[in-house]
Write a protein that binds this ligand. Sequence first.
Ligand code: MEV
Length: 322
Amino acid sequence: MSMSTVASAPGKAILCGEHAVVYGAPAIALPLSGIRAYAKIRKCDHPLTIIAEDLPRPPLVYRAGEMDMSDPLALTAELAIDYLGAGSISGEIRLKSDIPIASGLGSGAAISTALCRAIALLRASEIPAGDLSKLVYEVEKLHHGSPSGIDNTVVVCEAPVFFIKDQRMELINIAEPLQLVLADTGIAALTRDAVAAVRRRRQSAPAATAAIFAEIGAISKEAKDCLEQGATKRLGALMIANHRLLQALDVSSPELDRLVEAGLHGGAYGAKLSGGGRGGNIIALADAHSVDAVREKLLEAGAKRVMVTIAGEGRRDDDDSD
Ligand code: MEV
């Protein structure tokens, strides 16, 4: 059997619970198996060299103990090599990703996961999911400051998860496949900044913020039941309520609100921002009848990229970039 030479990892979307999850509320995340980060390995005698094809940066040559740990790629390599007990390592890894950066779709976690997997492949080894998720979490701290751990968890396990920080995650069995439409504002927004803004809000208005987190947590719990029972209409209503609460936390934006309204106008059961907010993507819940109208309304409302994906039914994604 020939060994694979490409490792990969999916993007992700948060169905509900973002931000509140950082403070212990439950949240639900879905893998986006059709948009992925890839890490292709080539065996050679050179010291490990990582080439990020999409990024304007020189190749990173790994030298033990000399790496800049504020560089996510260098930190990922260091953590994976250390985990594997590899000391020195040779070979080339080329990274390429379909996942837009700073758009709430888990690009950082997917790249780190694919890179760790590729480094393990160079050693003809594998990193078990639980340990891999912990390594990627360490890199997420660079991106996000105080991440909940939901992104690394869903990206590594590539299944719908019901997640509570510092607890064992639960996989969700989705009863009825969901037609999801993701629409990108085209505005890059760093999750770290949105998370910091929510932290400041929590400090200045603790009771009001805690009440919002509690409502969001209740939404995630009910959304899990909806997913397990196929209650799509109710799930849509919960997504709308979740978006209103994210607006109250001030992590939405006029562009995100416009796309949410457009999705609803197109006949979606529900729509909300997904991820850190302030830019990035919205997620709309449609069905086979409404999906084309939803997609059209989103493009008309200025979405820079619209992607239709089905959650809970293996893999299928189409892409409509403008
Ligand atoms: C980012 O995908 C979700 C946030 O809740 C941050 C986190 O959980 O670490 C905004």
